[in-house]
Structures are given as structure tokens and as C-alpha cells.
Design a protein around this ligand. Structure first.
Ligand SMILES: [Mg+2]
Length: 471
């Protein structure tokens, strides 16, 4: 049995694709990281007093819904969002009404017009979608902190303490959905998935669209997963499916019958084994399993932040955060990377990024001798920043990602010959003290003077989200 709760009238079946005025109550604010088993006795859903760890939010028909939100005359009508008003391009989003005609993301506009003669084409307004993205994250955060933003319309939240029992998690899911509609817009519908790990929470969010609320507690896992197809699993696209079929794996039944080693061999990489554990509900932080190979922080800049000066300040702040995590994890970085997305005015034939902005991307990386101190990292970041492309088309940075790469754990860190000579030990101790204070009292309690400009220029609140790959 899949625990499935619908929170509003089921809309017509949609084709594939693809966040409480009440403030969080005292109970949900109590986020102690342990499982409470205070599930009420009588429940229509669940035999289970299982605890869930993740809540995944996926907005349905996101771009089209935002358009219907800001243009009420489009509500109830089949709408397709297109990059440009030409028949040869393809739809980048379709409203529920358009999906009922078979129009979906990727449908060529000429075909969409044939399939649905009444379709309303709307030219994409990416800045609007980014603005709504920020509002949605804010709305979700009034219910539960957002742990990671995965795309412009997807985010995952780690549940803690009293949020974790099944019924409490379902209630939280309902509040998140309602909050999005109340605080951001009544046309915005979302599918929420709940599970013991983030992977399965995403799978659950995909199981009921639009407007779904699905929980996959551990006791129903094998049965619930058997109802799916291989392609329902994130990370299994057409190519992987074909490869699996060739190896005799044609259904979820087949896949679930394999042991961990066999699943690993099937993928020929650690991905297979990881998937095996995820499908059994195990929760481990994918970035921190064993030790992290890299850690990164990314930020989509609000339109008013898209100047080189402000973007640099954000990059600086992201690095500060990443460096704290580096030291907390007793890791050393042997490389640093900077990714910058430059927004390009609409009308140019430029691909749309996963954050929905037509953009050109740039990425630079430099190698470092193993380090974890701010001055070295900031100097390297500055060098990278100066290498970014400039000139027309590169003056509106809208996305910044900072990564620390080729991480080495403390025990493998080879002592630098010069460590003793340049006071590295006392510097390390100073940084550890600073990090401890910042962890306790907030990010800007203590910062090196080099960071002050960043704090002044950067927004008062940056949602520091790392975006690890799901697969
Ligand atoms: Mg979606």
C-alpha cells in the first residue's frame, strides 16, 4: 500500500513531467534530531509508526502555473510556455489543461498547435520564474527549513524530531502545499513526497501529479516500488533503461531482486550500489558518504543582485560558508572551482539553464596545495573571478557556484613543508575558534576583514544551498 493523500480535487490526468499561515508550532520548532514515536493511535492511513527523514517539493507545471498566476485570463486554459514565438521551437512548459491534450515539455510548437488548436502560447519570462522561486522557498521555509534546492521548482527538506513520524510528516506536507498556495499564488500546485531518504522522497513526489502528497514509509517500500517502471526512477533515462534491458532487467521486480553487488556491477560504478541502498530506504548523505570528494555552494541571484560587484560579494560569502564546512569536516581542499551563469537578454537563441534563465555558463578551476584557510582560498577565488569572460553578454551574472574540490581527509593530509614556518598551526587554531563561534551565533559573528565588503554588499539573507547531484 502506498500512503497517498490527495489534498484537493484530483485534476484530470496529466502527462508525465515535471510548498502555513500558522507559524510553525512549538512542536515543529523543536527540531531535536531524534525520532519521536508520538503517532496518534487512530489513523486512516498507516499501520506504521515509521519515521521519515525527507520531504521533497516539486512544483507542477511550474512556468505555466506562474503565468496563470500573474495573468488570471489564462487560468483554466491550455497554455504552453515557449522560448520564442516561432513554430519551430519547442514548449518548455505546459499547463495541466495543455497536458490533457498531450502537449508537454519538449513538444514542438507546430505539433502543439495541431494537438490543441486553442492553445495559448506565452513567451517565457525567466526573471519572473526566478522571483517566484525565491518566494516559494521563503514560503516553504515558514514550515520547514529547506536543506537543498535542486532546480527552479524542486527542493528537499530534512525532517527532524517531531516532524518525522508518518502522520506529522504528512501534516507538514499538507501545510507546505497550502502555504505555497496562500503565500505565493493560488494557481501554484505542488507534489510533495516523503520518505526515509531524499532519493525516495523525490520518487514519491513523482508518483502523484499534479497536487500529490505521497509517503513511502519503510514498511511499504518493496511493494510500492514494484508498481513503478524503471524509467520512474530518477537517474534512469532512455539510455540506462536500454542497457538494463539488455542485461535482462526489464522491470522494478527484476531490479529489486538483485543483491547489492549485482546492482553495482550493473552500473559498473558506485552509483549502482548507492541506488541499491536508497531503494531499501537507507538514508545517508550522498555528499558525505565516506568522505566528500568535493563540496559546493550555489546561489541564484535576484535580479537586483546581478552586477559584477554584488556577484563577487556573493561568491566570497559562498566560499566562506564552504570553507567552514571544509574545516568542520576535517578536510583539506586541493582545488577550487567557480561557476558563473550570465543571464542573456531574451530573444537571443541561448539555451535555458536549469534555473529557467537563458544563460551562458562559464566555469574555471585551479589546483591548490592542500589547504583549508580563508586567505589562500580567497586569493584563489579572486584569481578565478578575474578569469571570467567579460564584455557584452557577460555583464549580468545571475548564478554563482563555488566548489572546493579533490578533498583530502585530515589523516591523509600531507604536512606542508612550510606549515611550521609560516604560523599555519596557530592560523588553523584561530580558524577553528572562529568557526565554532559562527556555528553557534550565526554566520556573520566573526569574519576576517576581507569578508566585510562581502557582508555589506551581499543580501542580508542568502539561502546557502548546496546542490549535490541526485545521481
Ligand atoms: Mg516540476
Amino acid at each position: 500500500m502506498v500512503v497517498m493523500v490527495r489534498t484537493s480535487n484530483p485534476a484530470q490526468d496529466s502527462l508525465p513531467e515535471g510548498w502555513p499561515e500558522e507559524p510553525p508550532d512549538a512542536e515543529s520548532l523543536d527540531r531535536e534530531p531524534q525520532c519521536s514515536s508520538a503517532a496518534p493511535q487512530s489513523t486512516p492511513y498507516a499501520p506504521s509508526d515509521a519515521c521519515l527523514n525527507w520531504l521533497f517539493v516539486d512544483l507542477n507545471s511550474y512556468f505555466a502555473s506562474v503565468e496563470q498566476e500573474v495573468r488570471p485570463e489564462l487560468r483554466g486554459r491550455p497554455v504552453a510556455v515557449v522560448p520564442a514565438m516561432v513554430d519551430t521551437t519547442c514548449c518548455i512548459a505546459a499547463s495541466y489543461e495543455a497536458k490533457a491534450y498531450g502537449v508537454k515539455t519538449g513538444t514542438i510548437v507546430a505539433d502543439a498547435k495541431r494537438m490543441c488548436p486553442d492553445i495559448v502560447l506565452v513567451e517565457a519570462r525567466h526573471e519572473l520564474y526566478v522571483e517566484y522561486h525565491h518566494r516559494i522557498v521563503e514560503a516553504v521555509e515558514t514550515c520547514v527549513p529547506v536543506t537543498v534546492v535542486l532546480s527552479i521548482d524542486e527542493m528537499a527538506c530534512r525532517l527532524m524530531g517531531r516532524e518525522r513520524p508518518l502522520l506529522a510528516a504528512l501534516e507538514l506536507g499538507r501545510r507546505v502545499k497550502a502555504r505555497i498556495r496562500e503565500a505565493v499564488g493560488s494557481t501554484l500546485r505542488s507534489s510533495v513526497g516523503l520518505a526515509t531518504n531524499r532519493y525516495l522522497a523525490k520518487v514519491a513526489s513523482d508518483m502523484e501529479k499534479p497536487d500529490g502528497l505521497v509517503a513511502l514509509p519503510p514498511d511499504i517500500l518493496p511493494d510500492a516500488l514494484r508498481q513503478l517502471t524503471l524509467r520512474d526512477l530518477p537517474g534512469i533515462g532512455a539510455r540506462t533503461e536500454k542497457r538494463l534491458n539488455e542485461q535482462g532487467i526489464r522491470s522494478m521486480e527484476d531490479l529489486l531482486a538483485l543483491d547489492c553487488e549485482q546492482t553495482g556491477q550493473l552500473w559498473g560504478s558506485v552509483c549502482g550500489e548507492r541506488l541499491w541502498h536508497w531503494l531499501r530506504g537507507e538514508d545517508f548523505d550522498m555528499a558525505e558518504a565516506e568522505h566528500a570528494k568535493s563540496l559546493s555552494h550555489q546561489h541564484v541571484l535576484a535580479p537586483e543582485m546581478r552586477t559584477p560587484e554584488k556577484a563577487w560579494a556573493v561568491a566570497h560569502k559562498l566560499l566562506h560558508k564552504a570553507a567552514m564546512r571544509l574545516r568542520t569536516g576535517r578536510l583539506w581542499a586541493s582545488g577550487i572551482g567557480l561557476a558563473v551563469g550570465f543571464a542573456v537578454p531574451r530573444g537571443q537563441n541561448v539555451p535555458v539553464s536549469r534555473f529557467g534563465v537563458p544563460a551562458r555558463g562559464w566555469r574555471g578551476e585551479v589546483r591548490l596545495s592542500e589547504c583549508q584557510d580563508n586567505p589562500t582560498l580567497i586569493a584563489a577565488l579572486r584569481r578565478l573571478w578575474e578569469q571570467r569572460p567579460s564584455g557584452p553578454g557577460y555583464d549580468q551574472p545571475y548564478f554563482i557556484g563555488v566548489s572546493l574540490n579533490e578533498l583530502v581527509p585530515d589523516q591523509l593530509h600531507s604536512l606542508n613543508l612550510f606549515d611550521e614556518l609560516d604560523g599555519a598551526k596557530s592560523r588553523t587554531k584561530l580558524l577553528a575558534t572562529m568557526d565554532a563561534l559562527n556555528h553557534k551565533y550565526g554566520m556573520s559573528t566573526l569574519a576576517p576583514a576581507t569578508m566585510l565588503t562581502a557582508y555589506k554588499a551581499a543580501p542580508t539573507r542568502i539561502a546557502f544551498h548546496s546542490i549535490p547531484d541526485l545521481f
